[in-house]
Structures are given as C-alpha cells and as structure tokens.
Design a protein around this ligand. Structure first.
Ligand code: IMP
Ligand code: MG
Length: 182
C-alpha cells in the first residue's frame, strides 16, 4: 500500500459518536414507530460500523440489507458515474426503507442510490449519514438525518477508510500527511 506517511488526528470521540447515535435512533424510532416493514440498508463498506451501532439502538422490528456502490470521476465531463457493485438481496416495494451512508461528500453516491431505490416503490424512504461535508457538495441532496457536519477534511475510522485501512478505529480522525511519497 504505497502512500505518503501520515498521522491520524482525533476529530470525533467514540463517546461523542455513541451519544449521537443514541439520539439519532430515538428520532428514527419516532419516524418509523408502529411499522413492521422497516429495512435498514447500509451502503458498503463505510457504513458497516455505523449501521451495526444504529440498529442495536433501534427498538423496532428491523431487517438489514446492504448495497455497494462505487463512484468514478469523469474529468472530461466533470461528472461522476456511480455504479452498483452489489445490489440488495430483498425487495423493497411497499416497505419502509432507511438508507445508511457513512459520509455525504459530493452527494453523487447518495443521489444515485436514492433514485434507484425510489424507483422500486418503497412506501417510505429516508436517509441518514454519519458525516456530512456540505462544502464539498456537487449535487443538491442532503440526508434526512446527519450525525455530524464536518469541514473539508479527509477522515477515517468508525468504518471509514483511507486506502482500505483504519476502518477499525473506534473514533473519527482526520488524516494529516507528514511527508512525501516514497
Ligand atoms: P460522494 O458520492 O462524493 O458523496 O461520496 C461519498 C463517498 O466517498 C463516501 O461514502 C465515502 O466512501 C467516500 N468519502 C468521502 N469523503 C471521505 C473521507 O473523508 N474519508 C473517506 N472516504 C470518504
Ligand atoms: Mg462509501
């Protein structure tokens, strides 16, 4: 994994995340109270820790499914192409769906996934993202719930990676490069 040397500086503590997840779960509970049709859909891979903590705070009958998307920059058209690498296992028609994302950055991924899933006719579809970088947005979309709004920093931990590493950090940290490549 050739990469420039870097350090990870703490940004959001495990304790702060846990408190926020608990508060978010209460709001989600109120939004979906009484339903027996809820499917929580995690976007792989970055949401896997968040979704695990979130569903354990949710006192509702819940199913869990996953979808994996990847987005590629297209420098020529200054656009991004989002591809589905792994689709849901289950049907969502007539169901209540909560899409769980790690970070909303440019917004292309979430917009694409929401469009795709809405076309399948869910009864209700809501979105939640642990982190939001509004200053990076390229398309007009926002999640219904946000854990934390953050500045334009590259972050890792709590499921979120840099070159596939650091997903296992229990908190969110920002990457600071300390030298040159090589
Ligand atoms: P978007 O389509 O630009 O909103 O891309 C969102 C995806 O980019 C997230 O799901 C992350 O996988 C990735 N991403 C965006 N910002 C960061 C970051 O700071 N650290 C790690 N991954 C990031
Ligand atoms: Mg992602």
């Amino acid at each position: 994994m050739p990469t420039r040397p870097y350090v990870i500086e703490p940004m959001i503590s495990a304790k702060a995340i846990a408190a926020r997840v608990e508060a978010l779960a209460r709001e989600i509970h109120d939004e979906f109270a009484g339903t027996d049709k809820l499917i929580v859909v995690g976007l792989l891979r970055g949401s896997f820790v968040f979704i695990a903590d979130l569903v354990r705070e949710l006192d509702l009958p819940v199913e869990v499914d996953f979808i994996e998307a990847s987005s590629y920059g297209n420098a020529m058209e200054s656009s991004r192409e989002v591809r589905i690498l792994k689709d849901l296992r289950g049907e969502i028609q007539g169901r209540d769906v909560l899409v769980v994302e790690d970070i909303v950055d440019t917004g292309h991924t979430l917009r694409h996934v929401v469009g795709l899933l809405k076309a399948r006719g869910p009864r209700k579809l809501r979105t939640i993202a642990l982190l939001d970088k509004p200053s990076r947005r390229e398309v007009d979309i926002s999640a219904d719930w946000i854990g934390f709004e953050i500045p334009d920093e590259f972050v890792v931990g709590y499921g979120i990676d840099f070159a596939q590493r650091n997903r296992n950090l229990d908190h969110i940290g920002k990457v600071r490069f300390t030298g040159e490549e090589g």
